[in-house]
Write a protein that binds this ligand. Structure first.
Ligand SMILES: O=C[C@H](O)COP(=O)(O)O
Length: 219
């Protein structure tokens, strides 16, 4: 990867980290380097994270509009809290096909950038057909591990790039699972990915800023 449009998207999941400290580190590294870095915290932390100035994403939006939907994550509410993008259908929060479609519609209504997650190339192509801004391919068995998808299973990235391109060349392909170094970011870019989705490498690090600076070195 070589351009600052490439996205490093840090998903904090439900890890016991300090979301504001990590967001501030991301903002600082992004400011210093021109890299595009975004943070996806818990919904309850969106405002605090957005207040650091970092690009802020939701981890999920529900397939609903305003109305009687107790417990939902309303796209308009996450946008009001400062999010400018959202993940949909993360491997740890899978949705039915119709709900992915409706969550995408909700996100678009709220003006959010969208990234639909997928397990494999076939799902990546299917997700692209729904018209998100990006698809992120992540083999579930590699999530949370030490080995990057780009080295453990490069074909899944290359084949997903091709599957998405065949459906809609305007949809970006990100990859994730086990990404934690600049080398991993560079390898993902060589396979055709225009972004990386990562979590544990930053959220569980003793020094998140040092990890972020290394990640950016691979752009
Ligand atoms: O959303 C992030 C992905 O599930 C990757 O997680 P990981 O970097 O801990 O493997």
């Amino acid at each position: 990867m070589s351009d600052s449009d490439t996205l490093i998207l840090v998903n904090l999941k439900a890890y016991p980290c300090d979301p504001v400290e990590i967001a501030a580190a991301c903002a600082s590294v992004a400011d210093d380097t021109g890299a595009r870095i975004a943070v996806a915290p818990q919904a309850a932390h969106l405002s605090a994270v957005a207040d650091t100035g970092v690009e802020t994403w939701a981890q999920h939006v529900s397939p609903v509009e305003h109305g009687s939907h107790t417990g939902s994550t309303l796209a308009e509410a996450v946008a009001d809290a400062g999010a400018t993008g959202t993940l949909i259908n993360h491997s740890e929060n899978r949705l039915k096909l119709a709900d992915i479609d409706a969550s995408l519609a909700a996100a678009e209504r709220a003006g959010l950038e969208t990234c639909v997650c997928a397990n494999n190339p076939a799902q990546s192509g299917a997700a692209a057909a729904l018209g998100p801004d990006a698809v992120a391919v992540e083999p579930p068995e590699l999530i949370g591990g030490d080995v990057s998808v780009a080295s453990a299973d490069p074909a899944i990235v290359e084949d997903s790039v091709a599957a998405v391109e065949a459906v809609d060349a305007d949809v970006d392909l990100f990859c994730g699972a086990g990404v934690s170094t600049g080398e991993d970011v560079a390898a993902a870019g060589e396979l055709g990915a225009t972004g990386v989705l990562l979590a544990s490498g930053v959220a569980k690090a003793d020094d998140p800023e040092a990890v972020l600076r290394d990640l950016v070195s691979g752009l």
